[in-house]
Design a protein around this ligand. Structure first.
Ligand SMILES: N[C@@H](CCC(=O)N[C@@H](CS)C(=O)NCC(=O)O)C(=O)O
Length: 243
């Protein structure tokens, strides 16, 4: 089997003994950072971290592509198994982490029905949330403004915020929910952790307070999750690039 690490691989990556995270403090990075911090609070899970400055294109180098052919962060490598197992794509990484390290299903579910609900909302954001909001950011940052591109992704992102609002308001179900998946008021899970780092940035994405007033349950959900110590650590200083 081709080796995962080569001479080019940074020492802190190839010498890592346990779980190792390659990340940058972006919404995708934060999803995995938060889950690891949550697992630490419940089970004492340990890992080491390498911060990748994506602006330098380190993630496009050969050593990185060997670990993640997509050349993007975040990536986790489980060095506790032989050979070491790399996982890319936030949602796949989160599902790997809960399968291996969340034995009590604290951030997942025991029942098939609820587990599938969590998958639906995780995939919803992976496929229909993050790409829209990410592209909105990209179009917003361009010097040359392309109104059709901005409008397309602005409208779609606003629409998917509305989908989350429908779910959290429970208007077609049994009343308001505190979290996206799970019976009754729902339970904080990987589905919320996947979604929150993006949606919390609505202001940065260019939406006004007035526009967001259409989503009162979503705004409360953002605040509810922001209170968690693991969430605050997961988006905090530890993950800031040291210049
Ligand atoms: N679908 C991927 C997206 C990962 C992604 O787009 N990561 C961005 C940062 S948020 C990145 O690495 N960008 C650098 C690049 O495109 O080279 C996931 O969910 O993990």
């Amino acid at each position: 089997m081709a080796p995962l690490y080569t001479d080019e691989t940074p020492d802190e990556v190839k010498n890592a003994k346990g779980l190792h995270l390659l990340t940058m403090n972006t919404p995708n990075g934060q999803a995995v950072q938060i889950l690891l911090e949550e697992l630490k609070d419940v089970y004492g899970t340990e890992w080491t971290t390498t911060l990748i400055d994506i602006m330098t294109n380190e993630q496009k180098k050969d050593w990185f592509l060997r670990i993640d052919p997509n050349g993007r962060i975040p990536v986790i490598i489980d060095n506790t198994v032989s050979p070491p197992f790399p996982s890319h794509e936030t949602s796949a990484e989160m599902l790997y982490l809960i399968k291996r390290f969340d034995k009590d299903d604290t951030f997942g579910f025991k029942s098939d029905r609820e587990r599938n609900e969590a998958l639906q909302w995780t995939f919803f954001w992976h496929g229909s949330g993050a790409p829209y909001q990410g592209n909105l950011g990209w179009f917003n940052r361009q010097q040359e403004k392309l109104p059709a591109g901005i409008k397309r992704f602005r409208d779609e992102t606003y629409r998917v915020f509305g989908v989350l609002e429908i779910q959290l308001s429970g208007k077609y179900n049994d009343g308001p929910k505190e979290f996206l998946a799970g019976e009754g008021k729902g339970k904080y899970s990987v589905a919320d952790i996947k979604t929150w780092p993006w949606v919390k940035g609505w202001e940065r994405s260019g939406y006004t307070k007035e526009e967001m007033e259409a989503f009162p349950h979503l705004l409360k959900w953002i605040d509810r999750i922001a209170q968690r110590p693991a969430v605050q650590r997961g988006i905090g200083e530890t993950y800031a690039l040291k210049k």
